[in-house]
Design a protein around this ligand. Structure first.
Ligand code: ZN
Length: 133
């Protein structure tokens, strides 16, 4: 996930709406991971050579497709949840405890946040630091 694109999106939507969407999107990925598990289970259940090679190939493709979908869905689910958690942890104003912030700018790869209630400013720790991709 590109940090600039994420910060741009937070700036456009506002933190709270961005956070809400992150949770909704990541849970949709989680649901698709569950669908993938059903595809794999169905493929394994149907897998037999009794009905011919074409049928066997279809069932094997169902298993392979389910595994691929499951892997991609799980990765996206985890990545979005970790990002939402990392930014959400830093969303409270240290001065007045208000939850949520407005984006002011991106400075050296970090987001400068501003409290909409008291005007306090702080830099968010880089949630992408140490990310594998
Ligand atoms: Zn504040």
């Amino acid at each position: 996930m590109n940090p600039d694109a994420v910060y741009e999106r937070i700036g456009a939507l506002g933190f709270r709406r961005w956070y809400e969407r992150q949770l909704v999107e990541s849970h949709l990925w989680f649901a698709s991971c569950f669908v993938a598990m059903i595809l794999v289970a169905a493929g394994l259940e149907l897998l037999t050579l009794e009905n011919g090679v074409a049928d066997f190939a279809f069932d094997a493709a169902l298993i392979a497709g389910g595994c691929a979908l499951g892997w991609v869905s799980w990765r996206r689910y985890v990545r979005q949840m970790v990002l939402a958690e990392a930014i959400g942890e830093q969303a409270s104003c240290a001065a007045c405890r208000h939850y949520g912030f407005r984006c002011l700018a991106v400075e050296r790869g970090r987001l400068r946040a501003c409290c909409p209630k008291c005007g306090n400013q702080w830099l968010l720790e880089d949630p992408f630091e140490g990310a594998d991709s």
